[in-house]
Design a protein around this ligand. Structure first.
Ligand SMILES: *[C@@H]1O[C@H](CO)[C@@H](O)[C@H](O)[C@H]1NC(C)=O
Ligand SMILES: *[C@@H]1O[C@H](CO)[C@@H](O)[C@H](O)[C@H]1NC(C)=O
Length: 557
């Protein structure tokens, strides 16, 4: 997850309009002001503008309420120009596509700022205190180890971006830490499977429902230790309730418009605050546990260091509760779980594919010579060609978000001049579906094709026999694929997420016999059609299926 926003906020806003004349008047004034600003701005080498029927209104309205139609329309323009402009209230927004432009957005340059998105999340999703938000807003020193030029006078403890980035990088993104998390997750999840499903017995489960409960438990215990669920027996419900309304919070609508969503956020936050306060009581910050890769109070080193740093910064309670919600529980599970569900759904749908992926996974098992326990080697797993191709294909089709940047000075993009103050957005739903990049004969970009990211290479063995071996490859396409965002703000959890997703799917398909039963709605009643992306999540990173798949499975060992 780089960021998370969506049209549900807008819908809530527009639904509230008829009852609230103030909203109407404000919207009207806004339109007049924007119109004035717009007419006064000079027109040099500017990107083409997206046409609209009601000036200053139609584009913004459709952008906020109907992402699909907006993108379909913008997509036509983007075929002939890689940058298209429109207005969102007072903001000038540029929609961006094409690998070369993405490289500019992801590069660290003085005039392209990445903070706009994070601050929006921090303000509206975490509900950070105003004081702490201002600490981030007023810190121009950047995320890197060395302060940005001209900001060297800012003391290390006031470099909030850099402090947080350091924790992400050292304790989440680093190979050593993400491997430790993966090993722990594998143990937790195996224990759950063995406890819930006695070997040899058939059980009926719904895939999305199952991963939302059981995988979330294993992942939460891995990251935050057993106290998180122990203290908060309703945490799972609070998390998935929050997941439903998270996007509606992003645009910062006041409580009187969005009451239900605020309530759900408060409940989730209260659980996170409870966890923090309980953990503070008797943890020895000078003892050996403080630097362990996992211990039962805070769980992973990532969470422990995050908590320690926030305390040292003197952040307010709500800021810390919010960070736990978003950076630990929601930001991880909200994105991994839908992807695992899709992965399993695609594998169960296609028996031949399932058999081939199973055979690949089999090669990654290692046996502990002392205990005889069989476990998957996560490094080998994430490098499997076919399974990795499936994983990437699922991300391509089921992650929907806008990489968002702000031009804090003038820049040139795709040959066009972009003015200071403009917002740049690159929607994955344009780049990830570009026929010219992803299409193949018989396999249009809009469809799942397990082998899309494989290349076959011929190898000659000692006997002179030629064998074709598949290799995973993103050559020539890597800048058109950005499910984790990019540049300095790229999702720090991407390595662990990949391990966790592939491990979960791998453990299930290799240890269970699985048979399709039927498609169901999310409440379990039979559905007359298969799952599609649940468009209510469009723009909010991972998009879950809108139907569930019921299967029968039996643990073999
Ligand atoms: C992302 O972009 C699409 C299309 O450009 C738009 O419809 C949607 O509202 C955007 N979402 C956010 C949260 O910016
Ligand atoms: C989170 O909980 C803390 C402590 O109960 C409270 O002070 C804060 O206002 C809450 N914030 C939100 C957004 O619910």
């Amino acid at each position: 997850m780089e960021t998370n926003m969506s049209s549900r906020a807008a819908r809530a806003f527009f639904e509230a309009v008829p009852q609230n004349p103030t909203v109407l008047i404000t919207a009207g004034l806004l339109a007049i002001v924007t119109a004035a600003v717009y007419l006064l701005s000079p027109g040099s080498n500017r990107a083409p503008a997206l046409g609209e029927t009601i000036p200053y209104f139609s584009n913004a309205y459709q952008y906020m309420t109907d992402m699909r139609s907006f993108l379909a329309r913008a997509g036509k323009y983007l075929r002939s120009s890689s940058v298209v402009r429109f207005r969102l209230g007072p903001k000038k927004v540029y929609l961006v596509t094409k690998a070369s432009n993405m490289q500019v957005l992801f590069r660290t340059t003085a005039n392209v700022d990445t903070n706009i998105f994070f601050l929006m999340i921090q303000e509206n999703l975490w509900a950070s205190s105003k004081r702490d938000l201002d600490r981030f807003r007023n810190d121009p020193s950047g995320r890197l180890k060395n302060p940005a030029p001209g900001t060297e006078h800012i003391p290390a403890e006031k470099r909030y971006w850099a402090g947080l980035h350091h924790i992400f990088h050292e304790y989440l993104a680093r190979t050593h830490e993400s491997n430790a998390l993966a090993a722990n997750f594998q143990r937790q999840f195996a224990a759950r499977l063995e406890e819930r499903f006695p070997a040899g017995e058939w059980a009926a489960v719904r895939i999305l429902e199952f991963v939302r409960a059981d995988m979330t438990m294993a992942a939460t215990t891995t990251l935050a230790g057993p106290r998180m669920l122990g203290l908060n027996p309703n945490l799972l419900r609070e998390l998935w309730d929050f997941d439903e309304i998270a996007a509606s919070l992003v645009w910062g609508l006041p409580k009187w418009i969005n009451r239900e969503a605020w309530k759900k956020r408060d409940r989730f936050n209260a659980s996170c605050v409870r966890y923090l306060e309980d953990g503070w009581k008797d943890f020895d910050w000078d003892g050996p546990a403080a630097s362990a890769s996992w211990e039962p109070v805070w769980g992973s080193r990532y969470v422990r260091e995050l908590v320690r740093w926030m305390r040292q910064c003197g952040f307010d309670k709500e800021t810390m509760g919010g960070a736990m919600m978003i950076l630990v529980i929601f930001g991880t599970n909200g994105n991994t779980i839908p992807i695992v569900a899709w992965c399993l759904i695609e594998l169960v749908k296609d028996k031949d594919l399932l058999a081939r992926v199973r055979a690949e996974i089999e090669t990654t098992y290692v046996t502990d010579s002392a205990t005889g326990t069989r476990t998957i080697d996560p490094q080998a797993l994430v490098a499997l060609p076919l399974f990795q191709s499936v994983f990437v294909e699922i991300l391509r089709l089921h992650v929907s978000m806008n990489v968002t940047r702000e031009a804090v000075g003038p820049i040139t993009l795709g040959g066009y001049e972009i003015e200071k103050g403009a917002v740049l957005q690159a929607p994955t739903e344009i780049s990830h579906f570009d026929e010219g990049v992803w299409g193949a004969p018989g396999h249009p970009a809009a469809e799942f094709w397990a082998e899309r990211h494989l290349q076959y290479v011929d190898a000659v063995d000692e006997k002179g026999q030629v064998t074709r071996t598949p290799q995973f490859s993103m050559t020539g396409r890597s800048n058109d694929f950005f499910p984790f965002g990019g540049g300095v703000s790229i999702c720090p959890g991407r390595f662990f997420a990949k391990q966790e997703i592939m491990l979960t799917a791998a453990m299930l398909v290799s240890r269970f016999d699985i048979e399709f039963v039927e498609w169901t709605t999310l409440d379990g009643s039979p559905s007359d059609r298969p799952a599609q992306n649940d468009v209510r999540w469009s723009g909010g990173a991972s998009v879950p299926p809108d139907r569930d798949m019921k299967v029968r499975w039996r643990r073999r060992w």
